[in-house]
Write a protein that binds this ligand. Sequence first.
Ligand code: 0O2
Length: 239
Amino acid sequence: MSMPTGEQPFTATLAEMRAMRDEFQRFLLEYRFGLQEVETKITILRDEFQLMHDYNPIEHVSSRVKTPDSLAEKVARRGIEPDFPTIRQHITDIAGIRVTCSFVADAYRLFDLLTTQDDITVRAVKDYIAVPKDNGYKSLHAIVEVPVFLSSGRVDVPVEVQFRTIAMDFWASLEHKIYYKYDKQVPSPLLDSLRDAAETAAELDERMERLHREVHGREVHGREVHGRYPRPGETPVEV
Ligand code: 0O2
């Protein structure tokens, strides 16, 4: 069964529409479960950090399953067939989780700690922190696959995880609002101001991280191993 994209003429009986709704809900359910699995992993890392290292690298976490409208828009924009197997194969951000961290180093640490877990498969990484987008957007994106065990068996569900700092998040949410306010046709001076603001946000991130390090020093109390946090099973070594 195909999803209506809004561009094709669409006729169906009430029973067909109900069947389509049920199939769509089942399709999205897998993504909701995948999201729950990754959210649990992030929550465990946060709680363990707090308990073992007396430090919380995560400011907040938000998640969403893509709305049917947003999914249909992406299917149309990508020009892919609007059927479930094709969507499953090509649209990898139906389940999305955003981890907002205190500092850039924390974003990379959490990325590392999540993506090296045994049951996680990394499908793709886009490091827009190392190489920001032309508009100034910064964030570290990973498409990970997480196993979900249903009554019908195992399914590996792709989840997009975005790691960013508070400053990057602030910038991205304003840019998103401006983009939609101007219906994606943002005037050029405003685009320049946004790029400028992205640089200011990056400078703020650097200053805050420097300050944090000045106050706390190099955290070697079982926390950092050669500039990063220990991986599971690794013994922290003082440097
Ligand atoms: P939402 O509201 O999160 O669902 P695409 O450009 O989407 O066709 P791809 O490869 O899926 O291709 O995109 P990418 O680069 O991995 O980015 C996906 C998500 O990152 C977006 O999802 C946004 O959440 C965020 N993002 C990427 N670029 C920008 C940007 O320039 N500004 C802002 N504010 N966010 C960005 P969606 O589906 O667009 O939105």
